[in-house]
Design a protein. Sequence first.
Length: 261
Amino acid sequence: MIEFIIEALENSGDFLIKNFKRLSETDIEEKREFDFVSEVDYKSEEIIRQNLKNNFPEIPFVGEETFEKRKLPERFFIVDPLDGTANYIRGIPNFAISCAYVEDMEMKTGCVYLPFYRDFYWAEKGKGAYKNGTRISVSRKKNLRNALIATGFPFRNKELTEKYAGIFKELFPGIIDLRRMGSAAQDLVYVAEGIFDGFFEYKLSFWDIAAGSLIVKEAGGIVSDFEGTENYKMTGNIVASNKYIYTPLLRILKKFSLNFS
């Protein structure tokens, strides 16, 4: 299965690169406040849909741009055709394509592609995590003092700015630095590769994190919500890190009651 997912994401990525820095104002719309979608989001999703349909016609497809809220099927592909749209439309090369195969809300296969860098990250449950065919693992940093942490700002939920500022005030003095890439999928695979030691964000969508969270786990990391449970799949509140800094990072996040439903 993974080779067909990789092929679908590569085809979509070729399209995204071809159109990078070529969008006009008329190609972009605001689907909700501060959250944008472009014509290439829709086209990218359709490319992936058709590729997967050709090879797996019996498996339902859930895509960010065309999904109508309803009960999810027992098994399905879930796709974010352009994670980091704001970066893409501004000409910033940090964007990703994400696809996972899910059964009973358990990720079985996941792939994240960074088209600008031509980097593929993938994992199959129980078989490890890989970047361009080479096995990867999370970092071995053993304390927050030596950690580089990635995050995302609550741009869709700016009423949470004060709570996020509280996290920053508590966390930032005790780590090397924070990074904000603008793509949760990229943040997660960078945790899996050991570039980042941890990542946290909240109110993400399932398609943002399904593939990346599996890749982190298969790379030896831990993924949970801010209460230490698997509910991140539903709430979108996610923390991912290596096993050493997970507990102190989670302890800080718990203080700010970020586990919103």
